[in-house]
Design a binder for this molecule. Structure first.
Ligand code: GLY
Length: 370
């Protein structure tokens, strides 16, 4: 069964997110049905060394069958490819292929490929069309929709980037079969985040569906992706450039999560495991600061457990965690900003005093038996 979500952001062309098994087969035909892509000729597929052997030929065949002149470029797998140097290689490749304003960049892969290819598409010739073909659960539910692009600098992640909405998103759920468990739970953490911030309806559906999602039941996966995309599209429609205090809700769990990833050493814990731990922490902080109930905190814990996102058996010195969080670009007037859920479907942004954060980090550290 195929699902279509229409993303309608004020001031942008509306675009479809197609969620279906084997959607890649119809990629070219679907792109031809998008008005802005219907006359295009040249396509550059940007993919990485993990994804290329799995799905590049299928994507190329579908595009060629619809009359596109297809080239591809394979970047190294991993976060290192999100650099200005690799973006420069994409620009050079596009120029050497004489790709003009009517060309289309197709990002085939996970979040790194999507961010990098999106950045190249939004800057080459001051902007050409972009199609996102996410092949991880995380990129299907988060980065392929909403238009953030970017590369990392030595000083930090995503410090250079643009907002560039795609013209079409093709989420082929069959591609998820090759995901490792570690990658899988990364997507589950973002789905859980979306459900907590969104509504009782999504949250209680996810509690019921958690076991089926964890076992990758096809229909459940498609529905979880669709619900997450609908949620994200709605948030982005209200705050396209994260300037109105709405889109920041998507950072729920990420404040502590980013600190855990960095202090444990990148790669030690998956992004999802770190975000889930950040959600547990933020819910407890919220119990003190917004009066979130113990039932809410427990229900979220149970949901994360059911999705395979267990509480981490790791901690670091509270002062080091706080120092890392204060380096984040989201710090306001020296205070760390958290997304705090008052309950399912209700949240606020709070600039929290260091003393309160330290008190909670100490409790968190004690809970780990440190
Ligand atoms: N991943 C967060 C956002 O798109 O705003």
């Amino acid at each position: 069964m195929a699902t279509k979500v229409i993303v309608n952001i004020p001031g942008e062309e509306a675009y479809d997110v197609r969620i279906a098994a084997n959607a890649l087969e119809g990629l070219g035909a679907r792109m031809r049905s998008v008005e802005t892509l219907s006359q295009g000729e040249g396509v550059l597929i940007v993919t990485d060394s993990n994804v290329a052997p799995l799905y590049r030929d299928q994507a190329k065949a579908s595009l060629a069958a619809s009359g596109f002149r297809v080239r591809d470029i394979v970047v190294p797998a991993g976060e290192e490819a999100k650099s200005l140097a690799v973006a420069g290689e994409l620009w050079e490749a596009m120029a050497q292929l004489s790709l003009g304003r009517d060309c289309v960049v197709v990002a085939l892969g996970g979040g790194v490929v999507g961010d990098l290819a999106g950045f190249a598409a939004s800057t080459y010739l001051r902007g050409v069309s972009l199609v996102q073909v996410p092949t991880t659960l995380l990129s299907m539910v988060d980065s392929s929709v909403g238009g953030k692009t970017g590369v990392n600098l030595a000083a930090g992640k995503n410090l250079v980037g643009t907002f560039k909405q795609p013209s079409f998103v093709c989420a082929d759920t069959t591609t998820l079969a090759t995901l490792s468990e570690r990658e899988w739970v990364c997507g589950c953490a973002e789905i859980a985040k979306s459900a907590v911030i969104d509504s009782d309806e999504f949250f209680f559906w996810l509690i019921e569906a958690a076991a089926a999602l964890a076992s990758r039941d096809e229909e459940t996966v498609a529905e979880a992706v669709a619900r997450s995309v609908v949620f994200k599209a709605d948030v982005v429609a209200q705050d396209k450039t994260e300037s109105r205090g709405v889109r920041e809700c998507l950072n729920y769990g990420h404040t502590l999560g980013h600190a855990i990833e960095a202090l444990a050493g990148y790669g030690m814990f998956s992004h999802g495991a770190a975000v889930a731990e950040g959600m547990r922490f933020a819910a407890r902080l919220s119990a003190q600061l917004t009066g979130a109930s113990a039932d809410f905190v427990a229900a979220q814990d149970d949901l994360l457990d059911a999705l395979g996102l267990r509480s981490l058996d790791w901690s670091a010195a509270p002062e080091d965690m706080l120092a890392f969080m204060k380096r984040d670009k989201k710090v306001r007037q020296g205070k760390v900003r958290f997304v705090l859920p008052r309950d399912v479907g209700s949240w606020e942004l709070a600039d929290v005093d260091d003393a309160v954060i330290l008190e909670h980090l100490e409790a968190w550290q004690r809970s780990k038996g440190a």
